[in-house]
Design a protein around this ligand. Structure first.
Ligand code: R1P
Ligand code: URA
Length: 251
């Protein structure tokens, strides 16, 4: 059976998995895999750390995407070639609305396309919108676990610094076209910034796949730029949500 280019896996390796949990951070893949029954590591190649196991008797795969759209698009393309049709991203994020607190859970309904990779799948006029039912599962998961959440629009940027209008870089310079962009997204009700959902949503909608995204807030940028929270506790909460959502979708 043919292996895909980067993941180096074939369909048989996934044992029929149709749902993938896709964090950005490779180390998060291993931690998520501990919530699966009979977890096994299938591959560790570049940013893609791939595990397989079962949830409620269904084969499920966990695959990190790395940071940003290009590597995310490779993970999604290759997992789709292997039979996956549902992608649940679990990430970290920076909030830009004052009422959102560190540690809060954000569910992205749709994303502002501040990435480049999504344009390789559909023109900019095409929406980066999540799958309704997968997103509903994220919402129901929060309700089942009594976890509060915010649902709304996410700005999804290719860069962490200028694309998210951060001036605390080496040069302190943000190009003129991006100056004032954070304030504009705030005024348009955007909840947060992260770096993969625009590519994920656009390519999944365009290719007939399902995608949803949940993220834990590490920092509220209306208050500070550098997180001083316990990443582990925030991750535990968002992982609980994505595992519960996966179970709901698999039932
Ligand atoms: O924690 P992950 O899933 O990597 O998500 C967020 O964190 C990274 C930036 O620090 C970007 O990938 C962003 O989307
Ligand atoms: O502010 C943030 C925090 C995490 N990830 C991002 O992309 N932005």
């Amino acid at each position: 059976m043919e292996k895909v280019f980067h993941l180096g896996l074939s369909r048989d390796d996934l044992k029929g998995a149709t749902l993938a949990i896709v964090p950005g951070d490779p180390d998060r893949s291993a931690r998520i895999s501990t919530f699966l029954d009979n977890p096994e590591c299938l591959a560790k190649t570049r940013e893609f750390h791939v595990y397989r196991g079962e949830l409620n008797g269904h084969s499920v795969v966990v695959c990190s995407t790395g940071i940003g759209g290009p590597s995310t698009s490779i993970a999604v393309e290759e997992l789709a070639q292997l039979g996956v049709d549902t992608f649940l991203r679990i990430g970290t994020t920076g909030a830009i609305q004052p009422h959102i607190n560190e540690g809060d859970i954000l569910i992205s309904q749709a994303s502002v396309r501040l990435d480049g990779a999504s344009q390789h799948f559909a023109p900019l006029s095409y929406p980066a919108v999540s799958d309704f039912f997968a997103t509903q599962a994220m919402v129901n998961a929060c309700d089942n676990l009594a976890i509060n959440y915010h649902i709304g629009i996410t700005a999804s940027s290719d860069t962490f610094y200028p694309g998210q209008e951060r001036y605390d870089t080496y040069s302190g310079y943000v190009p003129r076209a991006l100056q004032g962009s954070c304030e504009e997204w705030q005024k348009l009700g955007v909840m947060n910034y992260e770096m993969e959902s625009a590519t994920l949503f656009t390519m999944c909608a365009a290719l007939g796949l399902r995608a949803a995204c949940v993220a834990g807030v590490l920092v509220n940028r209306t208050k500070q730029e550098i997180p001083n929270v316990d990443h582990g506790e925030i991750e535990k909460k968002s992982v609980a949500v994505v595992i519960e959502a996966a179970k709901l979708l698999l039932n």
